[in-house]
Design a protein. Structure first.
Length: 471
């Protein structure tokens, strides 16, 4: 920018004094491109989640020394040798599973059907079991590339014992130790060799708008996802805490494809959680950070709790667009509605801009209203205001209501620019620091003028340093 914006009141100045070009796009979200999916499957407790973490190079999947920790299929973005792809963790597959484990096995089967390539993980120390042979028989019916992975091979002696896995008929077993990283690099090279550049039709690797379902345990997140998708996409049980990892699902709503992520219910304090609960809370935060809009589910039939407020604060801190879905509305009577309005006015003062929808995941009441609420929130989240229009508005507001005195001097607002979107982020260049109350005032007026419903707005201040006069 080189033009002068100089006014007679001395407020505006030549904005070339500040380096603001580096702000453009600083907070922009990257468009998600279509990527192929590599599914990691196998019977329980063979080290699938440990292998997923090794592939990712970070601890994302929940791991614990008991079988059955992973229950749903979860996708993570991975990068190896310059190629990006989805790696999909699954629950343990068993052919004769019953009850909850039957739902877990069904999710693993869906992963096998929709992936672009599969890593079948077996315990190299135990050797091939009847369950492994049943998995091979099922995978042979598909035309998806399958690589046999013999895990827990820590040394050459174990390699000799695992040679019997050739009998499964999937070719050479790749010997790895997911816990120690032994052989995983060669395994990934082999996986990329059979993984297509783009996802096949019906794969889950595409990248539509990403929605995170968040809330406290047992508030109905998985039930809502199943109602929206029209099938049993998430494992649902009447025991709180059934969902451990974030669960992704592509759902068509309002003529568009949305990527919903069902997350674990967040406990009151992470420090009070242990084992899977602790790591599930970390995975939930990671899923929230990877989303664009969050649907915060609140049990409308019960008073707002500390857990509800904590999750809302987490969403606000993440800078994501927000829709407040008050679930179980079919259980709310007139007295409860009156009390709920009072609770909202008292406790949700931090997110008065959030879109609100009253729904029932159980009956399906008003769930279709979530689509326009999400679209409005995302439109606000992506909105950009031109510099000229922004400064014209700001000049009028500052002239009508100047900032408060600070240190006996009146700070002057010199210039403003929108540094980024997702969320909308504005930078004010001033001659002095602006009080928090005045920044909140500007945010309210900004929302009134430009309509940022459903999205947080961030305003930062950069104080112009005095320059020494040239002699």
């Amino acid at each position: 920018m080189t033009e002068d914006v100089l006014a007679g009141d001395g407020v505006w100045s030549d904005e070339t004094d500040w380096e603001i070009s580096d702000l453009d796009g600083e907070f922009e979200g990257e468009d998600q491109i279509a990527m192929p999916t590599l599914a990691v499957v196998g019977r329980p407790n063979v080290g699938k989640s440990t292998l997923v973490n090794r592939i990712l190079g970070r601890r994302e999947a929940v791991v614990e020394d008991i079988p059955g920790v992973t229950r749903d299929r979860i996708s993570y973005e991975a990068n190896w040798a310059g190629r990006k792809f989805w790696v999909q963790d699954t629950g343990g597959w068993e052919p004769d599973a019953k009850g909850l484990q039957q739902s877990v096995a069904r999710q693993a089967e869906l992963a096998m059907q929709t992936a672009d390539a599969i890593l079948l993980v077996v315990d190299g120390v135990v050797g091939a079991t009847a369950t492994d042979e049943a998995a091979v028989k099922m995978l042979r019916r598909s035309k998806i590339p399958v690589i046999l992975v013999a895990n827990k091979i820590d040394d050459q002696r174990a390699e000799a014992e695992a040679a019997s896995l050739w009998s499964l008929g999937l070719g050479e077993p790749r010997m790895v130790s997911a816990a120690h990283g032994r052989g995983t690099g060669d395994l990934l090279d082999d996986a990329l060799a059979v993984l297509p550049e783009t996802p096949r039709e019906g794969s889950v690797g595409a990248g539509p708008r990403r929605v995170a379902l968040v809330g406290k345990p047992n508030v109905g997140k998985s039930s809502l996802l199943n109602k929206l998708s029209g099938d049993e996409r998430s494992v649902v049980h009447d025991v709180a805490g059934t969902t451990v990892d974030p669960v992704d699902s592509l759902v068509e709503l309002g003529g568009k494809i949305w990527k919903f992520v069902d997350t674990a219910g967040l406990r009151r304090k992470v420090s009070h959680a242990s084992g899977t609960e602790f790591y599930a809370s970390l995975r939930t935060k990671a899923a929230l950070d990877a989303s664009e809009v969050a649907i915060m589910l609140v049990d409308a039939s019960q008073p707002l709790t500390e857990q509800d407020l904590r999750v809302i604060s987490m969403v606000a801190d993440s800078g994501r667009a927000l829709v407040l879905a008050f679930n179980k509305w079919d259980l709310v009577d007139e007295d409860r509605r009156h009390m709920l309005e009072r609770e909202i006015d008292r406790d949700l003062v931090r997110v008065p801009w959030a879109q609100r929808v009253n729904i029932s995941a159980h009956t399906g009441r008003a769930v279709q209203k979530l689509v326009p609420a999400m679209e409005t929130a995302l439109e606000s989240w992506d909105k950009r205001i031109s510099t000229g229009r922004l400064n014209t508005w700001l000049k009028e507001v500052v002239a009508a209501t100047p900032p408060p005195m600070r240190g006996g001097r009146l700070p002057r607002v010199l210039f403003a620019t929108q540094a980024g979107t997702r969320p909308p982020t504005f930078v004010l260049f001033t001659t002095g620091f602006l009080e928090a109350g005045y920044r909140r005032f500007l945010e309210r007026r900004l929302r009134e003028e430009f309509n940022f419903d459903g999205s947080p707005v961030r305003i930062s201040v950069r104080v112009r340093e005095k320059r020494e006069r040239k002699k």
